[in-house]
Write a new protein. Structure first.
Length: 239
């Protein structure tokens, strides 16, 4: 059994908008809708949970989910004040605790069913698998004064993305250990790494961007426009 948790409980402070970034329009749909549609279409996913702010649950049910007319049920879970706590809330709601859990950021709208599938397969083989891309740019370690301390060797360095997939017993144990220790991590894989477990990483693509800033949203909207142009040109050539 494979259960997906889509996390969309953030307030989007860096976006600088009065509307949380997951609800901003991207083409014809809110940003969050794209992940919901993709996970609903993925045959590897058996159950789907959506974690949102408790005050937004009715809004998401009626304004985000219902208009999509999806072919499966989505269970809403109230989120926490931090992403990690929101994921934990989702994990606690899962009934089947013998399977695989796929965790995805709801503000990564360009996730594909192939991304989900390869992460699930990797987790079935190793217990923990995440999506990522090799770092292409030169990385600099900078101090608080804005001065470069050193250059980081980029060979073997990857940029982590979501989805991230884990055996349920492994990821819930990692989260519970973090709660006891008071640790807040930047992603779920780090919590598993702290258990001493190796995490497999598989290649995604750079289009799987996370919308965090206004610039990210502009890029995402340009990608949507470009895809529509390609589809239109294809229609013209077919006719």
């Amino acid at each position: 059994m494979v259960t997906a948790i889509i996390v969309a409980a953030g307030q989007g402070v860096r976006m600088g908008d009065s509307i949380p970034k997951q609800y901003l329009m991207l083409g014809d749909h809110p940003v969050l809708a794209y992940s919901l549609m993709t996970f609903s279409l993925c045959r590897r996913v058996d159950n789907l949970y959506l974690v949102v702010p408790e005050s937004d649950m009715d809004y998401c049910r009626h304004k985000i989910i219902r208009p999509l007319k999806l072919n499966r049920d989505i269970k809403l879970v109230p989120g926490g004040p931090q992403r990690q706590l929101s994921v934990y809330n989702g994990l606690r709601e899962i009934e089947d605790r013998q399977g695989i859990v796929v965790i995805h950021d709801g503000v990564r709208p360009f996730v594909t069913t192939d991304h989900i599938r390869i992460c699930v397969q990797g987790a079935e083989e190793t217990g923990a698998c995440i999506l990522g891309v090799p770092v292409a740019d030169t990385l600099k370690k900078v101090n608080r004064s804005g001065l470069i301390d050193n250059t980081i060797e980029r060979k073997g360095v990857w940029q982590a993305q979501t989805p991230q997939a884990f055996a349920y017993e492994l990821i819930i144990r990692a989260h519970e250990k973090a709660r006891v220790e008071g640790l807040i991590a930047s992603d779920d894989a780090l919590l598993v790494e702290r258990l001493g477990r190796k995490v497999k990483i598989v290649t995604g693509n750079r289009n799987n961007l996370k919308i965090t800033t206004p610039e990210d949203l502009r890029i995402a909207r340009a990608m949507i426009t470009f895809d529509r142009m390609k589809a239109h040109i294809q229609d013209l050539s077919d006719n």
